[in-house]
Design a protein around this ligand. Structure first.
Ligand SMILES: C[S@@+](CC[C@H](N)C(=O)[O-])C[C@H]1O[C@@H](n2cnc3c(N)ncnc32)[C@H](O)[C@@H]1O
Length: 212
């Protein structure tokens, strides 16, 4: 997702600074205390402009949410949304995550969301967020019972992701090829990309898998 420069970026960071984690690596093993309140700790990698994660935080005040977005011209939009909603259970990690263990200790996270988070390019298979080594990394940082949820409009990426799960010995508990026509539609929180693809008639693929 290429984005134009945000002219008032510095102003946004200043106004909404309480949501941006300044040194996310230093919070490794400390994320729970960073929120100042108990509750399951959920992570979205590739939050984009943040509609999904901010709406999830709003809908689940008893849980804590970490938005992760590496594009510095995109993540200010997440901060603005969090501020407008006066969220007290969302923080932003404004970096690209390559190895999640750089930021999170073993067993620290209770659930992971990947939403349209990875373009389909053949030569970059090992950088896809559902590549097998990434899945192994998610397993490491997740607590027993943690669930990974993945949505995409892309058929090839979805099939690839199912194969990668299988390669690391994981079997999804849910696989839907048309999320919006499924029983999960009611609780589904739309992302910006999801809306865009739905409008042009793409079917949204969805899977849920216990990581541990
Ligand atoms: C196609 S956009 C989707 C955004 C949003 N999830 C949605 O559905 O509207 C993918 C986003 O994931 C981010 N992203 C991809 N890999 C990432 C990583 N390893 N760490 C952090 N952000 C990442 C990109 O910068 C981009 O903004």
């Amino acid at each position: 997702m290429r984005q134009r420069h945000i002219r008032n970026r510095e102003e946004i960071l200043k106004d909404c600074g309480e949501y941006l984690v300044q040194d996310p690596r230093s919070l490794r093993r400390q994320w729970r205390s960073a929120f100042g309140k108990e509750g399951p700790l959920k992570l979205e990698i590739g939050s984009g402009k943040g509609r999904f994660i901010t709406q999830m935080a709003l809908a689940h005040p008893d849980e804590n949410f970490i938005a992760c977005e590496g594009q510095y011209n995109v993540y200010p939009r997440i901060l603005q949304k969090a501020k407008a909603l006066e969220l007290s259970n969302m923080l932003l990690l404004g970096e690209y995550i390559a190895d999640p263990s750089d930021f999170f200790a073993d067993g620290e996270i209770d659930g992971i969301y990947l939403n349209f988070s990875d373009p389909w390019k053949k030569r970059t298979a090992n950088r896809r967020l559902t590549y097998r080594t990434k899945l192994e990394g998610y397993k490491r940082i997740c607590s027993p019972g943690a669930v990974l949820e993945f949505k995409t409009d892309n058929d090839d990426l979805f099939e690839f992701s199912l194969e990668e799960l299988s390669a690391v010995g994981l079997t999804p508990s849910t696989v839907e090829y048309d999320l919006h026509a499924s029983e999960f539609a009611e609780d589904n929180v739309l992302t910006e990309y999801e809306e865009k693809f739905t409008v042009i008639g793409s079917k949204i693929k969805f899977l849920r898998v216990y990581l541990r």
